[in-house]
Design a protein around this ligand. Structure first.
Ligand code: TYD
Length: 203
């Protein structure tokens, strides 16, 4: 049994903090857990991340580079870890491309589906935790960040479209997702995560 779990949400939803806690909770149960992220997760992927987060580019280029980094990530990190019986928890995966490049930037959804089919026809997360939060709340949380990347600098309407993109993905395949109300307090979210960890089937 392997588990590939992804964390998703708009910038400011709080997913990264919760991911660290979730991974620790699984490790305490004795599981071997690999924590990784996108874009990134490999040496080449981290170089692409640097470019993607800082360098203005064509929307199509942005989508292709996201999936290029993802291909490396899948082949070098995700699949080997799953084959070795480890759990993999990734801070973002393809849902983010549909939400940000599809929803946010308006890139054709079908093109993204084609890239997904090409890059990982036989792999999907077993479970995706989607941290859903009203955009005003997410924006407030980002306010204290000293340096915002190219995505975080976008306006509220961009993030409304990103959020709608995530909702569309959830509607298309609801059984893969748990939607978490990330406007709640950190403690309330943690309680919800504890329940999820208890309810995961470990056989
Ligand atoms: P993020 O995961 O929010 O990292 P941090 O918490 O360090 O800021 O940053 C990644 C950014 O990349 C985020 O704004 C969303 C964007 N992104 C895409 O636009 N498409 C993708 O496919 C992925 C994986 C990320």
């Amino acid at each position: 049994m392997n588990k590939f779990i992804t964390f998703e949400g708009v910038d400011g939803a709080g997913k990264s903090t919760h991911l660290a806690w979730f991974a620790d909770a699984l490790r305490q149960r004795g599981f071997d857990v690999v924590v990784t992220r996108e874009p990134g997760g490999t040496p080449l992927g981290e170089q692409l991340r640097e470019i993607l987060l800082n360098q203005p580019m064509n929307i199509g280029t942005e989508a292709l580079l996201m999936f290029a980094a993802r291909l490396e990530h899948i082949e070098q990190v995700i699949k080997p870890a799953l084959s070795a019986g480890k759990w993999v928890i990734s801070d973002r995966f393809s849902d983010a491309s549909f939400a940000y490049q599809g929803g946010g930037r308006g890139l054709d959804w079908d093109k993204l589906s084609q890239l997904e089919q090409w890059v990982h026809p036989d792999l999907q997360p077993d479970l995706t935790l989607f941290f859903d939060v009203p955009i005003e709340v997410a924006r407030q949380r980002l306010e204290n960040n000293a340096s915002l990347d190219r995505f975080e600098q976008e306006q509220a309407d961009f993030f409304e479209r990103v959020r709608a993109g995530y909702h569309k993905r959830v509607r298309q395949n609801p059984q893969r997702y748990i939607v978490i109300d990330a406007a709640q307090s950190m403690d309330a979210v943690k309680l919800k995560l504890e329940k999820i960890i208890t309810s995961i089937r470990y056989e």
